[in-house]
Structures are given as structure tokens and as C-alpha cells.
Design a protein around this ligand. Structure first.
Ligand code: PLP
Length: 420
């Protein structure tokens, strides 16, 4: 057999990042909040920084309102981005805030959002957390029977009837999720099979029962998986509602809508998710009369609205491979480095912010200043040719960025955050 007869398999096309259009490009430079990135860096006064765009967040909420049935209430899960200015902006757009710590409670209470539409989830609420939340009048998403008993005692001491919902650990999980938070044994919520007994106790304790919180997972891009989770969530809620001391006022069905981070990931088909929910509601709502259905979203609301920007401080070549060494890295942006729960490290979308397309291209690795090989922002990625002083911009950085990173590690200067 001659060599020419051997079939050479066609090279598989490399998976690409989903197209990102949230920031305009003018003169080959990113425009953020109407300002070229280099000028924005001068305005901020330092690199590295995070920049979040009000316009992008507003547009995302409008898109959700367009596609979700009008009966669905939209909450912002603050842990995705707790910057007070961001939370203020979101509070004017959404119907409620979901918090998961005493610190987040304080930020949420500084916004105009009524405590009636603030709910507090999270295992391990201390007596101090419970006291503050009950005094504020926010809803406690109870994570255990023990928490329920402590809340009842604190409520009696304060002379305030605690508003409570039960966080249910469902008997199913959200399939193909980046992070599973329900199904099987979990530290979150109360196992569905124990909830009827707990509801009876809520009646005895005369707590102000609001409803259920059923959150089954996060970072999901699959319409079918979300549809299945929503169907099972409604069925579970209807089943448990039969044991409730009073009719459900709210049913928080979680969220889990994902955004495309990595090559090959496709944007969630929001229109299809909305259409599926619309089809379910005529069956669900009559079985839960008067209920308000809530979807709580974090990264889907803010993740695409943010960039992380750092500056190239050195350019070096090691055995043929180009390294751009920047002043930013995993100490500010653990998730982009691949160390925030990812199993296999993949590149976030990264560009040279002041040479987005760039006529000259090269394959480089972008690293940070930390003395650890984990400090990697882009691994062998094709970018415009960059030099010392150029700006590296990491997309999809509006959620789980600075507040989810070990900023003390290696004692480099902190990043700042701006909202434009
Ligand atoms: C983290 C969290 C969210 C937000 O998740 P996203 O993936 O950012 O949308 C929502 N609800 C609960 C209970 C959470 O713990």
C-alpha cells in the first residue's frame, strides 16, 4: 500500500468560544461604558481591575422579561457579584434579592428593595445572622430543623414572627450542571422526605410560612435538563404543599441558567426555556392558588456584563513558547485560572483589549505574577501579538470573580472594581 492511499483524517476543527457581543469594538479597542479600554484604565487609575457594565445587566434582565412568562418573578442571587454598586443597580431591575450571609444581608438592606422580597439561604446561619434577618423581616430559607427551632426562639425573644420558607433538598438533581446542589445527601436544605414533618412543626411554632426553595444546580446550558428539573420541581412542590400549615405564597424554583465560558459551549436557548415554563404554568398554578413563582439567577444576570483587565508586565519566550506575564492572575480571578471547581482546565474567552482583532496573531500563554504554575489566565491561546503595557481582558468575568478569589495569596496588590 502506497503512502498516498492512506486516508489522513481531516483535522477536527478546534472548538471556538461562543460569539460575544456585549462590548463594542472601535479602532480595534474594546469600548466599555462608551470608553476605550486604555482610557478607562487611566480613569480607574490602576490595573488590574474589574469593570461591570450597567447597560449589559439591564439588557440581560430585559431579555429575560421578554422570554419568561410574566407570572415568573426574577430574583438576583447576590453571591455571584456582591459589589454594592452592582447590587444597587440590580435591585432596581429585579423583583427580589437572594442572599447567603450576614454581610450580603447588610448590602441588600442598603438598597431600596423591600425586605418582603429578600430571602436568606445558606447552611450554618449563626444566631447573630438569624437575629439580624428576623429583625429585618426578610424570609429565612430554612436549611435544617435545628435552624427552624433556633429561629423560633429568636423570634420569640425579639417579639417578631419569623418569615420562613423551607429549602428542600430534592430527590432529583439538575442533569448536566456545572455544579449540583440537590439530590442525594447534601449539606443544603432538608431532604424532601422529612419536609412534611417539618411543616407540621412550623405550624406548631406559628412561624409565618412562605413556601419552598428548591435549588437543584447551577451553570446549565441545556434546555432539556432545565425543563426536566422544572417539571420535577413543580411536582415536588405540589406534593409537599399538601402538608403545609398555610397555602404557599412563594415557590422559588432555583435557577441554574448558565453562560458560555469555554470553547464549544453554546448559549442557552432562553426562548425555549421560557416557552417550556409557559406551557407548564396552566397546569401548576391552579394547584398552588395564589403562589408567586420565583427564579433566582446569579451568573446569568451579571456574568457576561463584566471584564477583568490586567496589564502585560513582561513578555518572555521559554523553549519556543511565548508567555505574557501580567499584573493580574488567580489571586483576583480564581475561576478564569481554572481552579474554582473545574475538573478540566479550559480557557475563558480572553482578548488583548487594545488590539482585539490585531493584524499579527500568535499563540501565547497568559500568566500572572504568582509563584505557582496554577496562575494561568490563558493556556496556549491565539491572541493578537502583545507587548509590555498592553491590556489583557478576560470576558465572562462579572460573576464569581473578585469575591470568589484568594486575594491574600502571595500578597500582591488588590484589584479594584468599577461599575460603568
Ligand atoms: C449560588 C446560588 C445561586 C446562583 O447561582 P448562579 O449559577 O450564579 O445562577 C442561586 N441560588 C442559590 C441557592 C445559590 O446557592
Amino acid at each position: 500500500m502506497s503512502n498516498s492511499a492512506v486516508a489522513v483524517p481531516a483535522a477536527k476543527p478546534r472548538p471556538q468560544h461562543a460569539p460575544l457581543t456585549q462590548f463594542e469594538v472601535a479602532g480595534d479597542e474594546l469600548l466599555v461604558g462608551g470608553m476605550p479600554l486604555t482610557r478607562l484604565a487611566a480613569r480607574v487609575g490602576q490595573t488590574p481591575f474589574y469593570v461591570y457594565s450597567r447597560a449589559a445587566m439591564t439588557a440581560r434582565v430585559q431579555e429575560l422579561r421578554r422570554h419568561l412568562p410574566p407570572e415568573i418573578h426574577l430574583h438576583y442571587a447576590m453571591k455571584a457579584n456582591p459589589m454594592p454598586a452592582v447590587v444597587q443597580h440590580m435591585a432596581g431591575l429585579v423583583d427580589g434579592l437572594d442572599i447567603a450571609s450576614g454581610g450580603e444581608l447588610a448590602v441588600a438592606l442598603d438598597t431600596p428593595m423591600s425586605p418582603d422580597f429578600i430571602s436568606f439561604a445558606g447552611p450554618g446561619k449563626s444566631d447573630s445572622d438569624l437575629t439580624r434577618a428576623i429583625a429585618a423581616g426578610v424570609t429565612l430559607n430554612l436549611e435544617s430543623e435545628g435552624e427552624m427551632e433556633r429561629a423560633a426562639i429568636i423570634g420569640r425573644q425579639l417579639g417578631v414572627v419569623p418569615r420562613v420558607a423551607v429549602r428542600v433538598n430534592p430527590d432529583f438533581e439538575l442533569k448536566s450542571s456545572g455544579m449540583k446542589m440537590g439530590g442525594g445527601p447534601k449539606q443544603f436544605g432538608v431532604d424532601a422526605e422529612r419536609v412534611p414533618e417539618m411543616l407540621a412543626r412550623i405550624g406548631e411554632l406559628k412561624l409565618d410560612f412562605q413556601g419552598f426553595h428548591i435549588f437543584s444546580g447551577s451553570q446549565n446550558l441545556k434546555v432539556a435538563a432545565l425543563q426536566e428539573a422544572h417539571e420535577k420541581t413543580f411536582a415536588l412542590a405540589i406534593r409537599l404543599a399538601a402538608h403545609a400549615p398555610t397555602p404557599l405564597k412563594t415557590l422559588n424554583i432555583g435557577g441554574g441558567f448558565g453562560i458560555p465560558y469555554f470553547p464549544g459551549e453554546e448559549r442557552l436557548d432562553l426562548a425555549a426555556v421560557g416557552a417550556n415554563l409557559k406551557a407548564m404554568l396552566p397546569d401548576v398554578l391552579p394547584q398552588l392558588p395564589g403562589v408567586e413563582i420565583v427564579i433566582e439567577l446569579g451568573r446569568y444576570l451579571v456574568g457576561e456584563a463584566g471584564l477583568y483587565v490586567c496589564r502585560v508586565v513582561d513578555r518572555k519566550v521559554s523553549r519556543g513558547q511565548v508567555y505574557l506575564v501580567t499584573d493580574g492572575g488567580l489571586h483576583h480571578h480564581l475561576s478564569a485560572s481554572g481552579n474554582f471547581g473545574q475538573v478540566i482546565r479550559k480557557n475563558y474567552p480572553v482578548v488583548i483589549g487594545n488590539r482585539v482583532r490585531g493584524t499579527e496573531r500568535e499563540t501565547v500563554s497568559v500568566v500572572g505574577p504568582l509563584c505557582t504554575p496554577l496562575d494561568l489566565l490563558a493556556d496556549q491561546m491565539e491572541l493578537a501579538r502583545a507587548d509590555v503595557g498592553d491590556l489583557v481582558a478576560v470576558y465572562q468575568s462579572g460573576a464569581y470573580g473578585l469575591s470568589a478569589s484568594p486575594s491574600g495569596f502571595l500578597s500582591h496588590p488588590n484589584a479594584v472594581e468599577v461599575l460603568v
